[in-house]
Design a protein. Structure first.
Lengths: 205, 221
């Protein structure tokens, strides 16, 4: 599975506007990179390009296995990548249990009980998602990363709605993920509670 | 459980949950077929020759109802990204969603269709054939409808756009389906028309997944 993410001379545009040119980045197993930059600098677009939703103007995004073999991008994205954006993909009318169950199993995971206990979701499971607060919804969304183990995590402002206690808990989850050979690329404004390299996309517009 | 089963069960739960879409489609279908005798006069001699045609028109319109939400709700809340990052290609996701749409909306409508046709004066012995034709036609409606829903993704007033994209594609199944029943009512064999109806439904089932997946990728970018 994915052990290295290589981005070489990547140029991304949104409509007519070029967000950045010639960005290169290598992320190896066990590493985390915090993506910083002003609003509109292209953090989210970069994450979406890695997930395969945005076609790069130029440059390449490659996923490499532990033995050095390059992975088929569609295969790597479909089995080795978690994307957690501003929109959490949760249906308001369904219960937290239904939604976590679907998301985890769809993404190939069965460790739902563990995810529930780590993210403290037990009392929330029978509530409809629309009744949860922003922080509770985020914990529910983070739970799928634990329930379905995939190596590369693309996180967009993962901690912003969380309170201090759950920020620490989420930091602990990320630390364990890195120790297990995971990779994290996170767009952030506040520093993550784990050691990271930093990549600044600049001032934006 | 396999990814196919996981997604299929979720789609069925979404279709039935939150307002019961299939019941809504059946209610709409019943309203339409009730209005026709009121508008055209309740004389069975007038209604009987057009019963099959009216039932099929109502079927086509009722099949449009829940299409707007099919992909749009998943785009709005970000679940479409999640579906794209699953183990199955987007083409399969579109196919599974269309099949679930068929089971959730097409099947109840196929059960309601003979009753409606009967109320419009169709001969009772055609009930089985009406249900079978509506079931096969419903497969065509579900797949062409899914394609239309994917093409209208992200557009303002998408529901109206879907109707305009999809209704012309509904013409062949309406022609074949209503034609089969009219021929049967005249004592001719319905099976040539049924074969064409089945061929159209299978054609839609082959074309819609890749075309719909391409439209979704465009909407996500």
């Amino acid at each position: 599975m994915i052990a290295r993410l290589s981005i070489t001379t990547l140029t991304l545009s949104r409509g007519e506007r070029t967000l950045f040119r010639d960005l290169s980045l290598t992320l190896a197993a066990g590493e985390a990179v915090a993506l910083t930059g002003a609003n509109g600098a292209g953090k989210t677009t970069l994450l979406r390009a890695i997930a395969g939703f945005v076609r790069p103007e130029a440059g390449a995004i490659a996923f490499t296995a532990a033995d050095g073999a390059e992975l088929d991008p569609a295969e790597a994205r479909g089995r080795g990548l978690h994307m957690l954006g501003h929109l959490e993909g949760l249906k308001g009318a369904r219960t937290a249990r239904d939604e976590l169950g679907f998301q985890a199993r769809w993404l190939g995971g069965e460790a739902i009980d563990e995810a529930v206990s780590v993210m403290g979701l037990k009392p929330l499971l029978d509530l409809e998602v629309r009744k949860l607060s922003a922080g509770q919804r985020r914990r529910l969304a983070l739970a799928r990363l634990i329930a379905a183990p995939r190596p590369l995590w693309l996180l967009d402002e993962p901690l912003s709605p969380l309170d201090i206690r759950w920020r620490e808990a989420a930091g602990e989850v990320m630390r364990r993920h890195l120790e297990g050979g995971g990779l994290i690329l996170a767009a952030v404004h506040d520093p993550l509670p784990i050691p990271t390299r930093s990549l600044d996309l600049g001032a934006g517009r | 459980m396999s990814a196919v089963g996981v997604l299929f069960r979720r789609e069925l739960a979404l279709a039935w949950g939150g307002g019961g879409g299939p019941l809504l489609a059946c209610g709409f279908f019943a309203c339409l077929t009730t209005i026709v005798p009121l508008a055209a006069g309740g004389d069975l001699a007038t209604l009987r020759p057009v019963a099959a045609g009216i039932a099929w028109l109502a079927l086509a319109l009722a099949s449009l109802l829940s299409l707007e939400r099919l992909f749009e709700r998943d785009l709005e809340d970000g679940a479409l990204d999640l579906l794209a990052l699953g183990p199955l290609p987007l083409e399969a996701v579109v196919g599974i969603k269309a099949l679930a749409q068929w089971l959730a909306t097409g099947l109840p409508l196929a059960l309601a269709a003979p009753v409606a046709a009967l109320a419009l004066g169709q001969a009772p012995e055609l009930a089985m054939l009406t249900a079978l034709a509506a079931l096969i036609g419903g497969l065509g409606f579900a797949f062409t409808g899914a394609l239309g829903a994917a093409l209208a993704l992200g557009a303002k007033r998408g529901g109206l756009l879907i109707a305009i994209v999809v209704l012309p594609l509904f013409i062949p199944p309406v022609v074949f389906g209503a034609g089969a029943l009219t021929r049967a009512a005249e004592g001719l064999s319905p099976w040539p028309a049924m074969a064409l109806l089945t061929a159209y439904a299978l054609f839609a089932a082959v074309i819609a997944p890749p075309a719909g997946a391409a439209a979704i990728r465009g909407a996500q970018g």
